[in-house]
Design a protein around this ligand. Sequence first.
Ligand code: FES
Length: 322
Amino acid sequence: MTMPTSQCPYRMQVHHIKQETPDVWTLSLFCHDDYLYQAGQYALVSIRNSADTLRAYTLSSTPGVSPFITLTIRRIDDGAGSGWLTREVKRGDYLWLSEAQGEFTCQNHPAGRYLLLAAGCGVTPIMSMRRWLAKYSPMADVQVIYSVRSPQDVIFAEEWRQYPVTLVAEQGAVHGFVPGRLTRELLASVPDIANRTVMTCGPAPYMDFVEQEVKALGVTRFWKEKFFTPVAAPVTSGLKISTLQPVREFHTPVGSTLLEALESNKVPVNAACRAGVCGCCKTKVVSGDYSVTSTMTLTEQEIADGYVLACSCHPQGDLVLA
Ligand code: FES
């Protein structure tokens, strides 16, 4: 079986699959090579073992603790990656993964006191780090608050019994759950919150709320996983983006990335890391002003020819794309 792309050189075999919740599955993978990663990192997965479609998923396992490398995936309607991984991939199949990536790890942000905050499927790096802290930093004071839609949506429900955790359920809260959403009061009740390193993962509006509230409570060490980017609704004013093939025109708010502009207008574009690392979102700009925050995977010739990484490109005026 040949490697679909040099970005995903690690071949892994599916050992077993576990359904976690009505719409989330964990795939346990066996890798014959050494696969180095840190708790909290993610990897790109070659979808359908092709070079065309890469998707980023958190490695929900923990190095030195978990017997397998695991991916924990929420099935999204029309999701090319999650649909394949949760519907079609079976035990014994092979997947191709990239090297582990990402800075959202406890090793990057060492501390004696943590507050880990997760919502929904954003719990995957949080559980990975929680296990890691239990094994490698057992004296650390770790508080976890995990928000879900309803009690049946708790991912790793059995395993959470091993660790102190506050579970928050928006609907149908039963004994053991705080009803509603994460609130300022709940955050303020965390002992000594201002002296904790706060790490959060979940939908962008949730993380924005967390950031605003914990900073208001005096937290100075705050990190969020910038991985879950919701697609914004298209707008009718702002900068104009035109594509030549097919011929289309749409608008994007000042300050958005080119990737956000393309996605919210349903222009097909590959995106995995969203951080200028994987190179998936390479796009050619024919004319217009823009700034870039990463050109990491582009050659000098490609940059000279107008190629950008859409996730790292900020239009400064109207743009025309090839
Ligand atoms: S999505 Fe990875 S470089 Fe843009």
